[in-house]
Design a protein around this ligand. Structure first.
Ligand code: ZN
Length: 448
């Protein structure tokens, strides 16, 4: 079974050949933990979780090491902490917890290793030392910069020349730099900002550095797959390559670079100022995480994804139908049905195939029913039983009329001393986010 994936580095779809078939290694850039994760963040989580599942499936006798970092030191974090008056430590641990809850909700498996930037300062400092030693980086006024013109392959991933990259992006202007395109590896911290001692002065690392340091620590200096969103190609990934290749005097860093497309909301760029900023947390009120997952997978990962409510309703209906054929049994997915995913994670075709399997399953074809269930599972769907799926309540979407009806049924049960039924109704209401209070024989309720 051969897997093909779209490699940004070569701009082509290539057969995946692991460096070491016994240990397949993948690094994906994780979140900067300063705010609630949004639907744009959900996409790489789901896409690379699917790839992780697929690799584990097609290399059953290998170890698949999936590293996804947590950026817990960054300008955005310092800014958010100052604004909210919450300490950096409290802010980053709270947002990291929210992020983990969201990953769970979206049905993502835990990565093998989830390193935090603040726990890898030594590795980062050593990397800078090597870059200075190899004459790719220089110190200037408490800063250390990487000199991009010294690395001839700079721009290869973006397929652009250095001048084009610089003119097309907002590069930081500074008198400390030798050349405008140089990027920071280390910078002095301002007063009250977190800082670490280093041979270059007290300060903190640049953002790009952490991924080079942590990928090398856990995956070695040459590994299989590096992933992230399209927006990370420049400057982040281009800089990661420069740092890792030049520090280790290596030809290669990651063999395959995979990037998921942008996420828009109703054809517009998502931004707080436009008021179309959707957090994953908000979706939990109305939708099971599987609905969000299926919606995101309905578009090929390399294509732009446009978010709208309609797409969630379509996914909800599909899952409602498919769940009729949910099975607990562990049935291996056939090669015939896996071929869509092996062809560059073609989830739209995989989903149409599940619809076909559903049609056949409805006519009583038990093989198709089993294949439907196992196909959903490889997509990371069907992670709840049939009952759990049915009982997932759209909190806030239950109407006042439905609540009143349930309360009167509960009253009847209580008058008959049928406490089992009355408790069940209460639990049902609680699961729908409705709080009920009994006082002086009158029951009142409110949305939680
Ligand atoms: Zn990164």
């Amino acid at each position: 079974m051969a897997l093909k994936i779209s490699n940004t580095l070569t701009r082509s779809k290539e057969k995946f050949i692991p460096i070491d078939e016994k240990n397949i290694r993948m690094y994906v850039c994780g979140p900067t933990v300063y705010d609630y994760p949004h639907v744009g963040n959900a996409r790489p989580l789901i896409v690379f979780d699917l790839l992780f599942r697929l690799l584990s499936k097609i290399y059953p006798n290998s170890k698949v090491t999936y590293v996804r970092n947590i950026t817990d030191i960054d300008d955005k974090i310092i800014e958010a902490s100052n604004k909210s008056k919450i300490s950096i430590q409290d802010l980053t641990s709270k947002v990291t917890k929210d992020f983990h809850d969201d990953c769970n909700y979206l049905g993502c498996l835990n990565p093998t290793i989830e390193p935090k930037a603040t726990e890898h300062l030594n590795e980062m400092i050593n990397l800078i030392k090597k870059l200075i030693q190899n004459d790719f980086a220089y110190e200037s006024n408490g800063h250390v910069y990487f000199q991009v013109t010294k690395f001839k392959k700079y721009g290869n991933l973006s397929n652009k020349k250095i001048e084009e990259l610089i003119s097309g992006s907002r590069v930081e202007v500074s008198d400390n730099k030798k050349e405008p395109g140089d990027f920071v590896l280390w910078k002095p911290s301002k007063e009250n900002e977190p800082s670490w001692d280093s041979p270059f002065g007290k300060g903190r690392p640049g953002w790009h550095l952490e991924c080079s340091a942590m990928s090398e620590k856990y995956l070695g200096n040459h590994f299989d797959i590096h992933g992230g969103g399209l927006d990370l190609i420049f400057p982040h990934h281009e800089n990661e390559i420069a740092q890792s290749v030049c520090a280790n005097k290596n030809e290669k860093f990651s063999n395959y670079w995979l990037h998921n497309g942008y996420v828009t909301v109703e054809k517009q760029k998502m931004s707080k100022s436009l008021g179309n900023f959707i957090t994953i947390n908000e979706l939990k009120k109305n939708y099971n995480g599987q609905v969000v997952r299926l919606a995101m997978l309905s578009t090929h990962y390399t294509q732009p994804f446009d978010w709208n409510e309609n797409i969630l309703d379509v996914s909800q209906k599909s899952l409602d139908k498919w769940y009729e054929f949910y099975s607990d049994e562990k049935e291996e997915i056939s090669e015939e049905n896996l071929k869509f995913l092996l062809d560059d994670l073609n989830t739209p075709l995989m989903i149409s195939n599940i619809h076909e399997l559903h049609k056949k399953a409805k006519t009583g074809d038990s093989f198709s029913a089993k294949q439907l269930s196992s196909s959903c599972k490889i997509l990371g769907l069907f992670n709840q039983s049939h009952d759990e799926w049915k009982n997932f309540k759209k909190i806030g979407k239950i109407t006042a009329e439905e609540i009143e009806k349930l309360i009167s049924e509960r009253d009847k049960a209580r008058s008959k001393k049928d406490f089992k039924t009355s408790d069940e109704i209460r639990d049902l209401l609680v699961s729908k986010g409705v709080l009920i209070k009994d006082k002086d024989g009158i029951t009142t309720w409110e949305y939680k």
